[in-house]
Ligand binder design. Structure first.
Ligand code: HEC
Ligand code: HEC
Length: 266
């Protein structure tokens, strides 16, 4: 289930290789990528995309960038689990909006500026705001969903006072059982439930349920990140939305229990 030490070492080697490639890209494109004032946002976005994102997400936005060599290595017995997102499907995991909806620009901005450390996507925190907006505009050209649909309204997130209390942890544990989180995430939250070996995402790649004993989620460490994950669901991964099946209180109680699994409560 968990990546072995050897896999981690290989990941590191891969990361170094990617960095070298990226530096190559940047130094090659840096001069050319300097946006001229009279060029539109889409052009600027395209240039940023080509210098920073194309290596993973591919020139067609289908997730088949150079880093796709990684999947070939998988066939030689090494599992990398680097699956850059295919933007052509218009399906996004990390949203503040209900399941089935497009993310907001704010959601995309957060992913781009913070990166997704757990998935080996680097942070672009150094990009000025205008450039982030431009690259967001550009990645929206890969799927017609952006032309046909509006983003939905974000789900309000207001952390309850009692999160982390003994009583709330207890209620959360019962919900973990009742809602069958364990089927995927395991009884102790180690990502090793009975269904965990057979999960594939919408893009046909193997996907592992989060191991709560392994640190931060893909979205971060905060109780709010956990709350959002199972309220909105991670579209495309089989990780369901519990917005309709659990009350707001129940969802915060479940957060309490997951904080315990994550070792973040005394
Ligand atoms: C080293 C590879 C790599 C680079 C470079 C990279 N990404 Fe990613 N990106 C990923 C991976 C891997 C994922 C999928 C993460 C997952 O699904 O857990 C991803 C996912 C995403 C997502 C989807 C988030 C969601 O909610 O589902 C967006 C948006 C994104 N990347 C934008 C960008 C942009 C814009 C750039 C360039 C500024 C970029 N990425 C550069 C690897 C990369
Ligand atoms: C059908 C299987 C399945 C069930 C049931 C399920 N999950 Fe998940 N969950 C997943 C998968 C798969 C991922 C990882 C997705 C990824 O990394 O892209 C995940 C990821 C998560 C994450 C991490 C999000 C992040 O940002 O990395 C949290 C938190 C989570 N699940 C909570 C829950 C809770 C709480 C329940 C029960 C109420 C639950 N899950 C039920 C499959 C499931």
């Amino acid at each position: 289930m968990k990546s072995s030490k050897r896999t981690q070492v290989w990941f590191f080697v891969l990361l170094m290789a990617v960095s070298v490639l990226l530096i190559g890209y940047w130094t090659n494109n840096a001069a050319a990528a300097e946006p001229k004032k009279d060029e539109g946002k889409k052009d600027e976005g395209k240039k940023i995309y080509e210098s920073r994102c194309i290596i993973c997400h591919g020139d067609k936005g289908d997730g088949k960038g150079l880093v796709d060599v990684v999947h070939r290595n998988e066939k030689k017995g090494m599992v990398w689990n680097v699956f850059p997102r295919d933007f052509t499907s218009g399906v996004f995991k990390f949203r503040s909006t209900p399941t089935g909806c497009l993310p907001t620009d704010e959601d995309l901005k957060r992913v781009i500026t913070s990166g997704i450390p757990r998935a080996y996507m680097p942070s672009s925190a150094d990009l000025p705001d205008e450039s982030v907006k431009a690259v967001i505009k550009y990645i929206k050209t890969f799927s017609n969903r952006w032309k046909d649909e509006e983003a939905c309204k974000p789900i309000p997130v207001k952390k309850a006072q009692y999160v982390g209390s003994a009583d709330s942890v207890k209620k959360g544990e019962q919900l973990w059982d009742k809602m069958k989180c364990w089927e995927c995430h395991g009884k102790e939250g180690k990502g090793d439930g009975p269904k965990s070996d057979s999960l594939k995402d919408d893009w046909g790649d193997k996907v592992l349920p989060f191991d709560f004993t392994s640190g931060a989620t893909k979205m971060g460490f905060a109780p709010e990140n956990v709350y959002v994950a199972y309220t909105t669901g991670l579209d495309g991964t089989g990780m369901p939305s519990f917005q309709d099946s659990l009350s707001e209180d129940d969802r915060w109680n479940l957060v309490s229990y997951t904080l315990k699994l994550m070792g973040r409560l005394q």
